[in-house]
Design a protein around this ligand. Sequence first.
Ligand code: HXC
Ligand code: NAP
Length: 279
Amino acid sequence: MFKPDLLAGRRILVTGGGTGLGRSMGRRFLELGASLAICGRREAVLSETTAAFERDFPGRTRFLACDIRDADAVERMVARFWEEAPLDGLVNNAAGNFIARSETLSARAVDAVLGIVVHGAAYATLACGRRWIAASMPATVLSIVTTYAWTGSAYVLPSAMAKAGVLAMTRSLAVEWGPRRIRLNAIAPGPFPTPGAWERLVPRPDLARELEGRNALGRVGEHAELANLAAFLMAPESGYITGDCVTIDGGEWLKGAGQFSWLERLSGEEWDALRPRKS
Ligand code: HXC
Ligand code: NAP
């Protein structure tokens, strides 16, 4: 899809890069010539992912364990990565989420998700942005949000609030930092199965289909499809796109918004019967 050196010379930090979509995006960035920094809370997970990447792309992946809810820890992590070589890309991918009836949420449950998603993304973006501005470096930030950042969603209230916040950060800083040659964009994925998301968001195996097939294309996304979109948005060749959010959801949210989408349940005979009879 791309020239093989699309991201050559780029150094990209992917938060939550040890698992799921973060790992898939990281691998794609490496294939396209980038070097990678990844973080997450679990050192063993990061170490295993880094070892797998190093086997295929030697010398190009570094990891540090970091809880991005802690602003000082984020600052220390970014400083450590920078000491080796400046980063010029950041993917705010780390997230926390679970389903719950909102009236049962404890304060700590709300804080856990908002802390990871909105505070974590802000701390990482500001820690990198300050350095880019000080060094007059062009750079790119990509944040992974969801389509319910703008529709909202029942039963994932803290995540919906937090993703809306990350989208607001993307648009705000795209304008403020545009003159500094720092671009910020977002991707809103539909269903891309990962153990991290499915373990927390599918309450019963027989309900998985509700998450997976409720879109116009009737299938889940492939990680490669999302990773290619991320690579495109991180590449200098997409340099005139900033402040935007690209949806990659098989038409899921538009289908949900359409008042009459449920009419797909009608049979061909029922549709024929509805047509006016020619006399
Ligand atoms: C209600 C819950 C809960 C649940 C945790 N809590 N799970 N409340 N329902 N299912 C409450 C706990 O009781 C506690 O409150 C508080 O939240 C913090 O919980 P901890 O387990 O101590 O927190 P922590 O270990 O920091 O874990 C954070 C987490 C966890 C968010 C709760 O799920 C996590 O680590 N997630 C990371 C990965 C992840 O979520 N991936 C999915 C991303 S998918 P009390 O008051 O009891 O102390 C996604 C996109 C979705 O974002 C779109 C798909 C289409
Ligand atoms: P995942 O595998 O659970 O990824 C979440 C990652 O975030 C993990 O690597 C986790 O590592 C890290 N993380 C969580 N809390 C952290 C913290 N406090 N500090 C640092 N890292 C932390 O889930 P995923 O499905 O790949 O999700 C990736 C992104 O895509 C998320 O932003 C999610 O909201 C978004 N998304 C996914 C889907 C989907 O269908 N999968 C749909 C829409 C949006 P540790 O646990 O080791 O910290």
